[in-house]
Design a protein around this ligand. Structure first.
Ligand code: AMP
Length: 120
């Protein structure tokens, strides 16, 4: 999949549309999901143009990779999600249910999150 520079997260990174920012650093941006599925629901994204985790692990620098993992941890810390436990999740491609084609890691917390996958 080629990177679409007009995807919604690319537009947020360029400042073309707003987000409810939690924090940012040189390599990452963390912001609250617009349709939260838990009391804490934050998205952590790399600033680089990576479609998915596959693209990221193949092409990102070690510094970008370390920054993304540390940002996920920081998002859990800042939101209080670490109290009681939390979940990180990345949807990848069609089977994964990925809607926005810019790598994003969901951080959920603040309640019992239930089973990892919907039963069915
Ligand atoms: P995924 O299905 O893993 O691609 O998740 C995409 C997520 O992006 C969903 O949880 C959406 O609610 C969220 N989302 C879409 N547009 C925005 C936006 N403008 N600001 C914040 N979150 C968004």
């Amino acid at each position: 999949m080629t990177y679409d520079p007009n995807n919604i997260f690319a537009r947020i990174l360029r400042g073309e549309i707003p987000c409810n920012k939690l924090f940012e650093d040189d390599h990452t941006l963390a912001f609250h999901d617009i349709h939260p599925q838990a009391p804490v629901h934050v998205l952590v994204i790399p600033k680089g143009a990576y479609v998915s985790m596959e693209d990221f692990t193949a092409h990102a620098s070690d510094a970008e990779m370390a920054a993304l993992l540390r940002a996920v941890d920081k998002a859990a810390e800042m939101t209080g999600a670490k109290t009681g436990g939390w979940r990180m999740l990345a949807n990848i491609g069609a089977n994964g249910g990925q809607e926005v084609p810019h790598l994003h890691i969901h951080v959920f917390g603040g309640k019992r999150l239930g089973p990892m996958l919907a039963k069915g």
